[in-house]
Design a protein around this ligand. Structure first.
Ligand SMILES: C[S@@+](CC[C@H](N)C(=O)[O-])C[C@H]1O[C@@H](n2cnc3c(N)ncnc32)[C@H](O)[C@@H]1O
Length: 270
């Protein structure tokens, strides 16, 4: 295993129990079970529905599956889902949750840049969610493997943090320039701040055919506003509606003037 992959895997193994404590909270998962759209940003969900009005029986692979919210949502919609991640702990916890919820999901330990153990040409959709690209040091290799596992006519859909967010830290302070992609290493992780061009060029070079892009603003949310921790949301902490209106208004909060999410839809045409 490469150093980057190994260091990040180790950290995700260590962090997993704390990460999933609220991500796998009954209330959070019940919200997704009742309405699987809740596992996705609104614009991304619209793209998924456009490509798949009915997911029943479709083969879906979710690399770097993390909290598995998307995996559970696809399974509740009737898809046959393979969930891949590099962290054994993340996979083991998700497998246990899937069993408790009587969901039949295949779990595979795989590096998203290799997708070892995942068959060629079998998937109707490959979906990657937010917080995936930042851990990966070789996007061309990742996308060659996304292309490899899709069947002809299959769709690749991604939603991740918009690269325009990357130069900014807390309080919208500029912490780096856009072209500085890393690697950024600390005691725990090695991360990357890929640009739109790094992602799109890797997709194009893999042979995937670009279909559509959405650059999405953060949706105003009175129940789960962006600054409320999942822990507080689960506890039912209420937020002031006026604070929500103010924080989502770019005139009062300049961070809201740039897109939060990037969604890209591609197709394997040959
Ligand atoms: C922030 S989560 C992203 C998934 C999901 N959207 C979420 O919020 O939980 C990051 C996941 O990527 C996984 N990961 C990190 N590097 C990886 C790699 N090289 N291959 C596969 N998974 C990786 C981690 O183990 C973690 O579960």
């Amino acid at each position: 295993m490469k150093d980057t992959v190994n260091k990040n895997r180790q950290n995700w193994d260590d962090y997993s129990p704390a990460y999933l404590r609220f991500k796998h909270n009954e209330k959070v998962l019940e919200r997704i079970r009742k309405d699987p759209a809740q596992a996705f940003e609104k614009g991304t969900w619209q793209q998924i529905q456009r490509c798949f009005p009915d997911l029943k029986g479709k083969k879906v692979c979710v690399p770097s599956s993390g909290d598995n919210h998307a995996v559970f949502a696809f399974a509740w919609l009737g898809a046959r889902v393979t969930s891949c991640d590099i962290s054994e702990k993340q996979l083991a916890a998700a497998k246990q949750k899937a069993e408790e919820m009587s969901l039949d999901i295949r779990f595979v330990q795989a590096d998203t840049m290799e997708m070892q153990g995942v068959e060629d040409g079998k998937y109707d959709m490959v979906y990657t969610s937010n917080g995936v690209h930042v851990w990966l040091d070789d996007l061309p290799k990742m996308y060659r493997n996304m292309h490899r596992i899709l069947k002809k006519g299959g769709w690749y859909i991604m939603c991740d943090v918009h690269p325009f967010q990357r130069p900014f830290g807390n309080d919208f302070q500029v912490v780096k320039s856009y072209p500085d992609v890393g690697p950024f290493e600390d005691e725990y992780n090695i991360t990357f701040a890929w640009r739109i061009q790094d992602m799109m060029n890797a997709m194009a070079e893999s042979g995937l055919h670009f279909i559509h892009m959405e650059e999405m603003m953060d949706e105003k949310d009175y129940e789960y506003p962006f600054w409320l921790s999942l822990e507080d949301a689960v506890k039912g902490v209420k937020v002031d509606a006026e604070d929500v209106d103010r924080m989502y208004d770019w005139r009062q909060n300049p961070a809201m003037a740039i897109p939060q999410w990037l969604c890209v839809v591609c197709r394997k045409t040959e």
